[in-house]
Design a protein around this ligand. Structure first.
Ligand code: ADP
Length: 200
């Protein structure tokens, strides 16, 4: 099964993707984590992306599509994946559909974590304090830029997936266990609707 966790920066996609990874045989694919690993390792790709990420902009579609294409070839993705932070543009979503189709697969569902912008700012400030500022883009100024980019480039994808009949939304402002529970309910619904074996 291939799922997308969708939502603005700080919505809790990473937290919920990890829970899904632990509870189901689904691999978390976070382009943000992969890009940060490339930056930390000092690869050519990392060098190319660092300044863009620090500014809150999106790295070019071909970069992230290339990373995901390579990652999807690994055997651990055969069971399915939870995409976290990807796709972020309509171009990325189309590329993902093409990549999966070439393997006889598809996106089975998209779960949106709904969180108000003001709450996101508070969460990012808190995350920045907790991590001791390890993420250069976790500051209020860059977050505002990331939110603008989200609303301009990424939020239109909601329509893309809604039209495909794949979108469900949950309240991302509820406590973490409750959000997990709501996601679980969505997955069960899809399973019962014949969408496949979402729940182990
Ligand atoms: P967030 O906490 O904002 O969801 P991520 O960890 O997903 O952050 O991503 C951090 C940064 O990495 C983004 O602001 C962007 O510069 C870059 N990035 C991550 N995923 C993508 C993507 N799919 N397309 C373009 N840029 C991306």
């Amino acid at each position: 099964m291939n799922l997308i966790l969708f939502g603005p920066p700080g919505a809790g996609k990473g937290t919920q993707a990890k829970i899904l990874q632990d509870e189901h045989a689904l691999v978390q694919l976070s382009t943000g984590d992969m890009l940060r690993a490339a930056v930390a390792a000092g690869t050519e790709l990392g060098k190319k992306c660092k300044a863009i990420m620090d500014s809150g902009d999106l790295v070019p579609d071909e970069v992230v599509v290339g990373i995901i294409a390579e990652r999807l070839e690994k055997p651990d993705c055969a069971q399915g994946a939870v995409f976290d932070g990807f796709p972020r543009t309509v171009g990325q979503a189309q590329a993902l559909d093409t990549m999966l189709a070439s393997k006889g697969k598809k996106i089975d569902g998209v779960v949106e974590l709904k969180v108000n912008d003001e709450i996101l700012v508070g969460r990012i400030v808190q995350r920045n304090q907790e991590t001791g500022g390890t993420r250069a883009d976790d500051n209020p100024e860059t977050l505002r830029k990331r939110l603008v980019v989200y609303h301009q480039n990424t939020a239109p994808l909601l329509d893309f997936y809604a039209k495909a009949g794949k979108l469900k939304s949950v309240d991302g402002m509820a406590p973490i266990p409750q959000v997990s529970q709501e996601i679980q309910t969505v997955l069960k619904g899809w399973t019962e609707a014949g969408g496949g074996r979402f729940v182990r």
